[in-house]
Design a protein around this ligand. Sequence first.
Ligand code: UT7
Length: 359
Amino acid sequence: MRYADITGWGKCTPPATLTNADLSTFLDTDDEWIVSRTGMKERRISHVPVSDLAHVACERALAAAGKVAADVDLIIFGSCSFDQMVPNSASRVQQLLGADNAACMDLNTACTSGRYALSVATAMIKTGSANSALVIGAEATSVLMDWTDRDVAVLFGDGAAAFYLEASDQKSGVVAESLGCFGKNRDILDVTGWGLKYANQGQVLGATKWNFNGPEIFKRAVVGMSRACDNVLEKEDLGKEEIDLVVPHQANLRIIDALAKRMGASEEKVFINIQRYGNMSAATAPLALVEAIEEGRVAPGAKLLLPAFGGGLTWSAHLITWGARIKPLGTSAVDLPPCDKTGLELVQDIIAAKKTAEV
Ligand code: UT7
C-alpha cells in the first residue's frame, strides 16, 4: 500500500502587521471587542501577490524535505484570492521555483482549500499518478476586503504555507479524511464583485463586499467540524483520547473552544495561533500545522486531527499519522522583497484604490 508522507513544511508570513489598535483608527471597533469575541490580536497584510507568498513557502518546504524543484511532480495551490484565473497561480509558483516537471492546478474551497488540496495530492500519490507534490494553502484577501465593514474586516489576514509530500510504503501522512459541504447555506458567506457573475452585471472588481452571517457560520462550523472529526476517528477506529494534537482552522477562538469541548480535548492538545494572524482563510490551517511542528508540538508517529471549514460552506477533517522526521533537513535563503510600509499604510492604499475603482 502506498501512502503520501509529509516530509517538508514551510510558511511565509508577510512582515507588515495590522493590530487591533490600527483597525480602531478607521473602524468603530476596539481591542477589547475583537479579543473577547475572536481571540485575534493582530494579522498580516501582504505587500506582494499571493503567488509570491506561496513561492517562498514552497522554497522553504522543499528545503525542509531536502528536495529540489526538479523533484516535484505536482503543485496544488489552494486559495480563493488567486492573482488571476488564467493562467492559474500554481503555474506561477512552478515558474518561480523552476519546477518544470510538475503538473499544476488551482483549487478553491475557500478556507478549507489547503486541506482539500492535501486530500487531492495524497490521493494522486496513493494511486501512483504522482510520486511527490507541493500542497499550498495561501491567501491575500486584504485586497478583496471591504474595509468599511467592521463585521468582517477585523477577522482576516494574509499568509501562506506549503507541504512537500512524497510516496512512502510506511503508514504516514493522511490516513483518513472526511470532506463535505453545506451547499444549502452557501449564501451566508459570499464575496460579491469577485467573479464573472458580477462582471456580467457591470460591477467593478474593486467594489467587493462580503455578505457574511457570522453567528450562522459559527454554528455550522462547530457542527460540520465535529461531524468530520467523528467520521475520521470512526474510519480509523480511534478513540478521541488517542489523538495527540488537534490542529484546527483558526477562524474564532470561541469556535475552537466549542469544538475542543465536543471532542473532549484538553487545552494542551489543541494548537492555537489565531492571536498572531487572525483568519488567513486557505492559509490558516496549513500554517497552524507548520507552526505546531516548528514549536515542537508534533512528535514522530504523532496522531494529528485537522478539522476545518469555510465558504461553501465546506467542511473537512484529516487524520494524519506523522512520519519519522520532525526537524527540517535544510533551510532556504529565498525571502519576500522588503516592505517599506506598515500594515495600516497598506490597508489605507487598498481603501484608496477601491474608492478610485468605484468612481
Ligand atoms: O473561516 C470562515 C469564516 N469565519 C467566520 O465566519 C467566523 C464565524 N463567526 C464568528 O466568528 C462570529 O460570529 C463573529 C466574530 C463574526 C461575530 O461574533 P458574535 O459573537 O457572533 O457577534 P454578533 O455578530 O452577534 O455581533 C454582536 C455585536 C453586534 O452589535 P449589536 O447588534 O449587539 O449592538 C455587532 O454589530 O457586535 C457588533 N460588532 C462589533 N463591535 C465592535 C460586530 N463586529 C464588531 C466589531 N467591533 N468589529
